[in-house]
Design a protein around this ligand. Sequence first.
Ligand code: AMP
Ligand code: ZN
Length: 452
Amino acid sequence: MALKLFNTLGRELQEFTPLHPSQVGLYTCGPTVYDYPHLGNYRSYLFADLLRRVLKANNYQVKHVMNITDVDDKTIKRSQDEKKGLKEFTQFYTERFFSDRDALNILPADLYPQASDYLDQMVALIERLLQAGYAYKSDDGSVYFSIAKDKAYGKLAQLNLNELTTNASGRMKTDEYEKDSARDFALWKAWDKSDGEIFWQTSLGKGRPGWHIECSAMSMANLSESFDLHTGGVDNIFPHHENEIAQSECATNKPLAKYWLHNEWLLVEGKKMAKSAGNFYTLRNIIDQGYAPLAYRYLTLTAHYRKQLNFTWESLTAAQTALNKLEDIMRDLAGSELGEVNEKYHQQFITSLNDDLNAPQALATVWEVVNDAALSPAEKKATLLDFDQILGLGLDQIKPLEIPAEVQKLVEERETARKSGDFSASDTIRDQIEKLGFKIDDSPTGPKIRQK
Ligand code: AMP
Ligand code: ZN
């Protein structure tokens, strides 16, 4: 089955056909590095990672670019509050992001452009828009995009331009705003006192870029003026992606991205997890509570990316339990040889994922494989490892359990005691084994030893 994806542009499920057969360009709006990302942010990057792995499974070569927003209203304000230089401040959070990324087994992007390295490209793009009449300078020297000039403005967020241009008056200088305050937005922000030391002296004057122009410049510089896929969370649809489309397409007269994909919210008690709401958890928070980062990855796979997912400690516990079980199964299979991937299950698994990344359905296939007694261990192992190339649950890292000789000896002694009906001795030995960090499950095929 061909890969189908839900394109926010047009709000429909579409078959994925790449612009160039040799390489697919994927751009993901990356973190604004002013604080530790929360689990909601990671839902967005885990979704992009799933998309990338599914593209790869469909034999596409992917060039993945994820930007780092190191210049915007928030990074500037926070670095000033902490009396740190912008670079030093944002570098710290960028590194934290990379270590969380690795813990979540998110494949590193091919490139992580940082906004502060792309001033020339941003200025050139703004100059192009000024020349083409889509942008204008205001009295303070800032440059604004004129939404009335762009007849296609609103196409992604499905806004009505007539209503917009009659209702909207004035300009918007801040980076983030709601649909009902749609109006001309800042491409270039002339320096003012609140920027302090943070400015660039360019042909546009002394100032700094707006947030939206950053992604237009970085995506086009690192992919091309038109590329295949652009991802982000649903809050990016407006204004960020609408404005990216407006700036880029008015300058180049080409579609910026062919497919626009957006993940839904991670919620906490029914509300969007957000820094501003104070209802957020970081990866460190869940690690401190004894959960593995990959348990969160598993949790995100239990919901379709276009459905909201409510975060609760119960659901994270259930995800951890499921992951532990999968790991135990892989540990049991670790000693067996690697067989052939089961074709029927492989097809079933890929068919689910090719249907707009239906991860919950793909997970159901994982458990079908686990519970299929007709599969040989060699086949089971190969099939689960094949699935894990997309699921990214680290099953390829599971090693056979190393049982110390001392424990092995106690297990044998316990078996002898059990067989001779000495259950009190067998229970005492079980306690001794547990003290050494192992536990025993009696099964019809003999005792199974696990790490506690
Ligand atoms: P930011 O660092 O604020 O630019 O956000 C990074 C990404 O996380 C964006 O794609 C957001 O849409 C996404 N995001 C933020 N909060 C949530 C949430 N609660 N659930 C899912 N995605 C989110
Ligand atoms: Zn962006």
